[in-house]
Design a binder for this molecule. Structure first.
Ligand code: RP5
Length: 186
């Protein structure tokens, strides 16, 4: 899948009328989060993209979360590394679903630090936490599409097509690896 480079909009700027926000703690997170953005685009969703840090720009984080629903956002994807409090800090200030992506940061603990910081939310403030790194970034997009697809038939169809094509890819590569038609894979 070709990577379509995305430039984050400046804080407070409304880039479009998208229902999905992809927020990350640092521009150093963009390389991994690009796959989240690209996956959303594959489903026809142009997300709002922001660099906001729970620790370095806490006021902006609070303001963003407080105004997100009013700004038409339906789901927030929040990605961060190290002591990753971004998803939780946003979830504390909005009733919107927040999907967390724990990232591997240089000098960190291979993402386990971010995973625990993101997933271990206290009761009453959930964050739907994905896998560490690239897999989580992509799954955050798909999970978000699944939420929107509950009330969007077109998206539901795209998801169903995606599942079929994913299955076919695995079957094709299994056949290729086996070097012959595998009768167990239909
Ligand atoms: C987190 O700290 C960011 O999400 C990033 O993953 C990590 C390191 O940030 P930088 O020092 O690269 O800006 O807040």
């Amino acid at each position: 899948m070709a990577s379509k480079k995305t430039s984050p909009a400046r804080h407070g700027e409304v880039s479009n009328s998208s229902q999905i926000a992809v927020v990350m703690g640092s521009d150093s997170d963009m390389e991994v989060m690009q796959s989240c953005i690209d996956t959303l685009k594959d489903f026809g969703i142009e997300p709002i993209v922001r660099i906001i840090s729970a620790h370095r720009t806490p006021e902006i984080a609070a303001e963003f979360a407080q105004n997100a629903a009013e700004n038409g956002i339906k789901v927030i994807i929040a990605a961060a590394g190290m002591a990753a409090h971004l998803a939780g800090a946003l979830a504390a200030r909005t009733t919107l679903p927040v999907v967390g992506v724990p990232l591997i940061a240089a000098g960190g603990l291979e993402g386990v630090d971010a995973l625990l910081s993101t997933v271990q939310m206290p009761p009453g403030v959930p964050v739907a936490t994905m896998a560490i790194g690239k897999a989580g970034a992509k799954n955050a997009a798909i999970f978000t599409v699944q939420i929107l697809a509950l009330t969007d038939k077109e998206l539901e169809k795209k998801l169903s097509d995606f599942k079929k094509s994913q299955k076919q890819k695995v079957i094709n590569s299994a056949r290729h690896t086996a070097g012959k038609k595998d009768s167990t894979l239909k």
